[in-house]
Unconditional design. Structure first.
Length: 324
């Protein structure tokens, strides 16, 4: 690492792992991860197209040429995780993109992915937040499989299938730091909610493939490895993972119970508002128990986007024939 100070959006997490704050939505909300080992580099998650200057800037800050990057590994194809993958790949001559097999077609031809996101967010928000999605040439894409170990620079990154948030989601195990790159499987933990008790965490049920049973199983599988840390896209490295896992699964159960209680509501708009309101009550109660002291309005402000997207995803789950 060069002797000069790192830029404020690049944070060393230890063991050759760096968090790149992509600037999506707000600072400290969306991270891309850069792993450096033996002079080689790999990205896990990329943020959106607008993150490209920071992604390439991280290489520059660490004295790494573009040619040193071997892998770009989105955890799944949601645009805050993979929207910038094509733009990044175009700048990295030696990199291969590694994606879950269910996500491969969306990286090669992102038109359906873009259309689906536009249906959720609208054209104006897509332009503001995501910009463009660039296709990745098929010959530069490789698909993962459950238990795949990359013999990369002697580091042995492992990929496992982790459905529940999305069916095209995998997580990445780093044997050097004994940590998982979790994408959205291990939920959301914002630094604004840290207290003397540590970090706080919630599930994310973004549309359209939220499934409580598989998500619970995926979280339990991550925890079974006894990791020292988790690398969250939203946001940053967290430790004390067994406590956080219990909290995450407990809140997931409360959210499922909330949804089940509203399953028969015929008015979709009213149900949506009830899902948002019920989640906020659950999360606020949990935050108070965690020692968060600032006002209810600030809590609602910080969680506003997640409440909206969680409610949308829960509605899709409630309207789908039961899968668990």
């Amino acid at each position: 690492m060069p002797a000069t100070a790192l830029p404020p959006w690049l944070h060393a997490a230890g063991g050759g792992v760096y968090a790149i704050d992509t600037g999506f939505q707000r600072e400290h909300f969306d991270a891309a991860w850069l792993v450096v080992h033996g002079g080689r580099a790999a990205f896990v998650d990329t943020g959106t197209h607008y993150a490209l200057p920071r992604l390439l800037g991280a290489l520059d800050a660490l004295g790494l040429p573009r040619e040193a990057v071997d892998w770009v590994i989105p955890t799944h194809v949601h645009l805050d995780h993979a929207g910038g993958a094509g733009s990044l790949m175009a700048a990295l001559p030696n990199a291969t993109l590694l994606i879950h097999p269910r996500g491969e077609r969306h990286m090669v031809d992102p038109s359906a992915l873009w259309a689906g996101a536009t249906a959720v967010y609208g054209e104006a928000e897509m332009a503001r937040s995501y910009g463009v999605v660039t296709p990745v040439p098929a010959e530069r894409v490789r698909v993962s499989s459950d238990g795949l170990v990359l013999d990369w620079a002697g580091r042995g990154l492992e990929l496992i299938d982790t459905p529940g948030h999305a069916r095209h989601h995998h997580c990445v195990w780093d044997p050097v730091t004994q940590g998982w790159f979790t994408g959205d499987t291990f939920g959301l933990s914002y630094r604004e909610f840290d207290t003397a008790a540590g970090a706080w965490i919630i599930p994310t049920t973004t549309p359209v493939q939220f499934e409580p049973g598989p998500l619970r199983a995926s979280v339990e599988r991550l925890l079974a490895r006894q990791p020292r840390c988790m690398y969250l896209t939203h946001y940053g490295r967290v430790d004390d993972v067994q406590r956080l896992g219990r909290l995450l699964l407990g809140l997931l159960e409360e959210m499922v119970a909330l949804g089940e209680g509203l399953r028969g509501m015929g008015d979709a708009a009213a149900r949506h508002e009830a899902l948002k309101r019920g989640q906020l009550e659950i999360f606020t109660r949990s935050l108070r128990a965690h020692g968060v002291a600032f006002g209810d309005e600030r809590i609602a402000e910080l969680l506003a986007l997640d409440l909206e997207l969680n409610a949308q995803g829960m509605a899709v789950w409630l309207d789908r024939p039961a899968r668990g």
